[in-house]
Design a protein. Structure first.
Length: 98
């Protein structure tokens, strides 16, 4: 079982996140970009942090499909950070299961 990681935020909100690598697919609900198969770095009840090869703008609507169980959720990108290897990490707040 993955260990919970408590993360504090500058706005005072904290949320328990679980370090978990899950296969997922990232896409735009309007299909304006091609789908990308990727993995989560951590997950919580309200969102996930995923790796990606493209830069996503904060506020962009995102469709995340978890490949193991086929669950699809819609959300918004909260942030996109460039990583050392040249790829990106996107934080997605999930708000609706599709």
């Amino acid at each position: 079982m993955a260990a919970p990681v408590l993360t504090g935020r500058s706005d005072g909100r904290s949320q328990e996140r679980i370090l978990k690598r899950l296969a997922a697919e990232l896409a735009r609900p309007d299909k304006s970009v091609s789908r990308e198969t990727t993995f989560t770095e951590n997950v919580s009840i309200r969102g996930a942090r995923l790796t990606t090869v493209r830069r996503w703008q904060p506020g962009t609507r995102v469709l995340v499909t978890f490949l193991r169980n086929g669950v699809r959720s819609e959300g918004r990108g909260a942030y996109c950070q460039c990583k050392e290897r040249g790829d990106f990490a996107i934080g997605v707040g999930l708000f609706a299961q599709v």
